[in-house]
Structure formats: C-alpha cells, structure tokens
Design a protein around this ligand. Structure first.
Ligand code: HEC
Ligand code: HEC
Ligand code: HEC
Ligand code: HEC
Ligand code: HEC
Ligand code: HEC
Length: 420
C-alpha cells in the first residue's frame, strides 16, 4: 500500500526532510544570534565590581538579587543610571548605596533593554563553573550547561515537535489518498494505523531520509556544541575604560619607560602585577600636568596617594585606585609570566600586542587553551645559554641529535602543567 502515492506526489515525500533541513540551518542562526551574549556583556560591564555568586567585590554579590530589589523596572533604571535612582530618594537604593560605602556604580546608559535582559539572564543562570569552585581538572560537561546550549536544546525540541506534527499530518493525508485510490479500485479502505505505528512506518519506509535526519541532527548538535564551547570565556578585544586615563602610548611609547619598570614582577613571578600608586608618584610628584588631560587625571593620582600638591606632603587619606582587570584566565588554568618572559624569552608584545601604542589597553590574544597549545607546538625552546633548564635542555638536545626542540616536546602539552 505504501507505493500507491504516485510520483506526482513526490513533493510530499521529500517535504519532511526539506522542511527539517531548512529549519535546522536557517532558523537557529537567527534564533541564536538574536540574543545578546549575557556572559560577555556581564564580563565587559559588570564583572569588575560584581560576582554572580554571593561574594562581595566592590558591589554586592548578585546572587538572589531578584528577590531583594523592589521590582524588574527598578533594575533597568538602576543599571542604566544608579545615581538617578538614588537622587530620586528611592529607599532601597539609598540603603544599598550606604551599605556599600557610597560607591557609585558606573552608569550604563549605552546598554539596551535587550542587553540588560541578557545580563540579568546570565546573573540568574551563571555557568556552573562560576557558581562553584572548579574541579582540579575541569570537566568539560560542566561547561555545556550554559545559555547557548540551553537555547539550542529547546530549539531541537521545538523542531522535533514540528517534525512530529508534520509526520502526523502527512500520514493522514496519505491515508486519505490511499482510501480514494482504494475506493476507485473497489478495494476496502486502508487499515488505520495508530500514532506510534504510523511514525514507525514513516521511518521504515523512508530509510534514506531517516539516515539523513539523524546525520543532520548529529552534525548540528556537534557543531553548535563545539562553537558554544569555543566561544565561552573568550574576550579578545576587551578594552575597558580605566579609573585613571593612564596611557601606555605616552609612558611606554613616547617616554620609552620599560615595561618591567612598572610590571616588575613579570620577570620574577607568576603575575606581571599592576604598579602601585607609589610607582606613579616617583615621576608624578614632579609632573603635575599632562599634554592631553591637563591636571585632571594626574590629580587622581594625588588623590589615590593621599598627596597634597599644595603642601607637597602626603597628609590626606589614601584611596587605592581600582584598576579594571583586562586579561583574566579562569582559575583552573595556570600561567606563569617569569617562565615565559625570562626562561622562554618571549616578548610581552607576542602575547599582548603593541601595548606601547595603546592609549587604552586591549586584549589582543584570545587566551584560549588552543592559543597556548599552538604556541607550545610551534615555538622552539630557547635552550642556548639558558641557565634555568640547562641540564634538562642539554639532555633533550642530545636526544634530539643536537637539534632544537619545541615546548611541546619538552612536556608543554601535559595537562597537569597548565591545570592544577
Ligand atoms: C564601578 C563598580 C560597579 C560596576 C561596573 C557595576 N556595579 Fe552594580 N553596584 C556597584 C555598587 C558599589 C553597588 C551597591 C550600591 C552602591 O553603592 O551604589 C551596586 C549595586 C548593584 C545592584 C543592586 C544589588 C543589590 O544587592 O541590591 C545591581 C542589581 C547591580 N549593581 C547590577 C549591576 C550590573 C548589571 C552591572 C553591569 C551592567 C553593574 N552593576 C556594574 C558597583 C558597580
Ligand atoms: C608607567 C607604568 C607602566 C609602564 C611603563 C607599562 N605599564 Fe602596563 N600597565 C600600567 C598600569 C597602571 C596598568 C593598569 C591600567 C590599564 O590597564 O591601563 C597597566 C596595564 C597593563 C596591561 C593590562 C593588564 C590587565 O589588566 O590585564 C598589560 C597587558 C600591560 N600593562 C602591558 C604592558 C607592556 C607590554 C608594557 C611595555 C610595553 C607596559 N605595560 C608598560 C602601567 C605601566
Ligand atoms: C618614569 C616616569 C613616570 C612614571 C613612573 C609614571 N608617569 Fe605618568 N607621565 C610621565 C610623563 C613623562 C608624562 C607626560 C607629561 C606631559 O604630557 O608632558 C606622563 C603623563 C601622565 C598623564 C597625563 C597624560 C596626558 O597627556 O594628559 C597621566 C594621567 C599619567 N601620566 C598617569 C600615570 C600613572 C597612573 C602612573 C602610575 C601607574 C604614571 N603615570 C607613572 C612619566 C611617568
Ligand atoms: C606567553 C604569553 C605572555 C607573555 C610573553 C606576557 N604575558 Fe602578560 N599575560 C599573559 C596572560 C595569559 C595573562 C593572564 C594571566 C592570568 O589571568 O592569570 C597575562 C596578564 C598580564 C597582566 C595582568 C595582570 C597580571 O599580573 O597577570 C599584565 C600587567 C601583563 N600580563 C603584563 C605583561 C608584561 C609587562 C609582559 C612582558 C614583560 C608580559 N605580560 C608578557 C600572557 C603573556
Ligand atoms: C608565544 C608563545 C607562548 C604562548 C602563547 C604560551 N606559551 Fe607557555 N611556554 C612558551 C615557551 C617558549 C615555554 C618554554 C619555557 C622554557 O624554556 O621552559 C613555555 C612554557 C610553559 C609552561 C612550562 C612547561 C614546562 O614544560 O615546564 C607552562 C605551564 C606554560 N608555558 C603555560 C602556558 C599557558 C597556560 C599559556 C596560555 C595561557 C601559554 N603557556 C601560552 C611559549 C608560550
Ligand atoms: C599550555 C597550557 C595548557 C595545556 C597543556 C592544557 N590546557 Fe586545558 N586549558 C588551558 C587554558 C589556558 C584554558 C582556559 C581557556 C579558556 O578559558 O578559554 C584551558 C581550558 C581547559 C578546559 C575547559 C574547556 C574550555 O575550553 O573552557 C578543559 C576541559 C581543559 N582545558 C582540559 C585539558 C586537558 C584534558 C589537557 C591535557 C590533554 C589540557 N587541558 C592541557 C591551558 C592548557
């Protein structure tokens, strides 16, 4: 009875597959792209002062904030411009302002309502790895439960439901056609099939389509999952405005101040460090105005150091500068500056770009695992005249017939070297 539908109705046969292919490949793109990325927006605009768990930074931890604040509208106005809300005499606003040492939150007028919604969504459902301390060796599955993956998942459910309905409709159309044909031939009406039977039958009789559908689902799931995984936590191009308009172009570029004059621990330890305000004062006690910003920015140095330019004494209270962190690896990854700068003899610029030409620092490298590993695969260890690993290096070289070897060959791809 299956082949009764004649070639005229070929479109009925390919319709479900065509429908599925089209939906899978066109709708999800707009569906996923339409949503601003809450994680990125949060990191760019809020993470310098807030965490999504209960821990306080400059601002309160945002876990459970939805239960604390008066209402959703309040949140929009507060996030856009908290000073306005405080100025309006709002009781809750005044209270948290005072509870948090009267620190004013940066106004975020540039954020659209959709973007704020995305941020709030992210605060509501932060990735698991942020909410609890990471496993010693991170478990990739804990990274999959993010928003992107959720929407993909819901989308697949919707698609499956649509496919389901389509199959139902088609099988009933087919049944009717069959009955018309049967009636003409004077045969009894075709037997009615139950719900599950008709679906089973459809798949049985459309083996090619079934294989295609399964292949597509697998392909779709894995590409989306892969991109979602790759995209998490990549903040290339991140370039936040700093509390003092410090310019590397003026200092490291025009005035040729050595990077390690300020970032002195880059040669000694794990972190490069941000210089303390005293380092600025070494020069700025004397230089009280700049060519582009006059006294306004340099006065902030004085305020931070508790320095009074009139008396030339440190007779005021200090107010530490809250520099906003640009580069930030997840806690579970270990990176050591001195190992790269001193032992590996890598230039700052290889990883950070031409900082000496930047007025505002920008993250130039993706800081992903792939980025680390690619360099380890291709970079030869600077073994000659390198006291640090002399013995190891000599041994490696003799194993390698005196040829240079890459970081990878020296164990630079072992998980435990970069993950605690
Ligand atoms: C410069 C630091 C800073 C930045 C950046 C910042 N906040 Fe805040 N935020 C605060 C402080 C401090 C408070 C506490 C109230 C006060 O002192 O003004 C606060 C309070 C809040 C509150 C109310 C918390 C509560 O417990 O009721 C929310 C919600 C909030 N911020 C959301 C955001 C969001 C969303 C962003 C990013 C778009 C952001 N904040 C960016 C410093 C900041
Ligand atoms: C006069 C002091 C000074 C010198 C010289 C200097 N820096 Fe900095 N650097 C700072 C300060 C202050 C900050 C924090 C504010 C900012 O991000 O602009 C900073 C931030 C950075 C950051 C971003 C840190 C983060 O939060 O991720 C990088 C990368 C950096 N510097 C690299 C360099 C390199 C490379 C050089 C040499 C070409 C250099 N710096 C020279 C003072 C200095
Ligand atoms: C080794 C000396 C030296 C150190 C250390 C130093 N500066 Fe400067 N800074 C200068 C010079 C030189 C200028 C250029 C003054 C001019 O424009 O004539 C300058 C200019 C500035 C300006 C004004 C820029 C403008 O054009 O308006 C600011 C702001 C500033 N520095 C901030 C800082 C901060 C913050 C630190 C500490 C992280 C710091 N500087 C450390 C030498 C230094
Ligand atoms: C092999 C790549 C690489 C090189 C070379 C390198 N950095 Fe970094 N730098 C990083 C990474 C990765 C981070 C983020 C570290 C983290 O979050 O733990 C970082 C972070 C920083 C920071 C931010 C805060 C901190 O203390 O870690 C500063 C400042 C910095 N680098 C300056 C420098 C300077 C100055 C040099 C040259 C003397 C340099 N870096 C060389 C990769 C590099
Ligand atoms: C620009 C190239 C470059 C990049 C990018 C880079 N590394 Fe390296 N790394 C090196 C070199 C060169 C060495 C070898 C140092 C030596 O001679 O022992 C090294 C060594 C290491 C070691 C020590 C390996 C060992 O065998 O003891 C660790 C750990 C490490 N890197 C972690 C990282 C991490 C984490 C990142 C990414 C955040 C990273 N590296 C990015 C060049 C790089
Ligand atoms: C050269 C350093 C390095 C080595 C070697 C390394 N990793 Fe990573 N890994 C990283 C960095 C850096 C990150 C954080 C990247 C990010 O946030 O995008 C990371 C992230 C991860 C993640 C989290 C997934 C993600 O993309 O965020 C997993 C899982 C992981 N590594 C497993 C491993 C395993 C398993 C090995 C050994 C086969 C290994 N790593 C070797 C540097 C390294």
């Amino acid at each position: 009875m299956i082949n009764v539908i004649t070639k005229k109705h070929w479109f009925l046969r390919i319709f479900p597959s065509a429908f599925l292919i089209i939906s899978l490949y066109f709708i999800p793109v707009s569906f996923l792209r339409a949503q601003p990325d809450g994680a990125k927006l949060f990191k760019a605009n809020c993470s310098s002062c807030h965490r999504v768990d209960e821990k306080k930074l400059t601002g309160p931890g945002l876990k459970g904030v939805f239960e604390r604040v008066p209402n959703q509208e309040w949140l929009y106005s507060w996030i856009k411009n908290s000073s306005k809300v405080i100025a309006s005499g709002d009781a809750y606003a005044t209270k948290i302002f005072e509870d948090n040492g009267k620190v004013t939150m940066t106004p975020q007028e540039h954020l659209s309502k959709e973007q704020i919604d995305a941020i709030l969504g992210y605060i509501k459902n932060p990735p698991v790895s942020l909410a609890k301390p990471p496993d010693p060796i991170p478990n990739p599955s804990s990274h999959e439960k993010t928003k992107d993956d959720n929407s993909t998942f819901y989308f697949l459910i919707i698609i499956s439901a649509l496919l389901f309905v389509t199959i139902l409709v088609l099988s009933s159309v087919k049944n009717s056609l069959q009955n018309v044909v049967n009636a003409k031939k004077g045969l009894p009406p075709a037997p009615e099939f139950g719900f599950r039977e008709s679906i089973g039958l459809w798949f049985q009789n459309h083996k090619v389509h079934t294989v295609l559908i399964i292949l597509l689902l697998v392909l779709y799931g894995s590409t989306k999952g892969w991109y979602a995984l790759k995209g998490i936590g990549v903040y290339q191009g991140y370039s936040p405005a700093q509390p003092i308009k410090f310019s590397h172009k003026i200092h490291a570029g025009q005035n040729q101040i050595n990077c390690v004059y300020c970032h002195h621990s880059a040669e000694k330890g794990k972190t490069a460090g941000i210089p303390s305000i005293n380092v600025c004062m070494n020069c700025h006690k004397g230089i009280s105005s700049g060519a582009t910003t006059g006294t306004s920015e340099i006065n902030k140095i004085y305020e931070a150091a508790g320095f009074n330019p009139e008396t030339q004494k440190y007779d005021k209270p200090q107010k530490p500068v809250k520099w906003i962190r640009v580069h930030n690896l997840p806690d579970f990854a270990y990176f050591n500056h001195s190992q790269h700068v001193v032992v590996g003899k890598q230039q700052c610029q290889t990883c950070h770009g031409k900082v000496e030409e930047m007025d505002v620092v920008e993250q130039k490298s993706p800081l992903t695992m792939g980025w680390c590993v690619d360099c380890h695969r291709t970079t030869k260890v600077a073994s000659s005249g390198n006291g640090y690993y002399e013995e190891i290096h000599a041994r490696m070289k003799s194993k390698n017939d005196g040829k240079d070897f890459t970081v990878a060959e020296n164990g630079g791809l072992e998980c435990g070297k970069c993950h605690y």
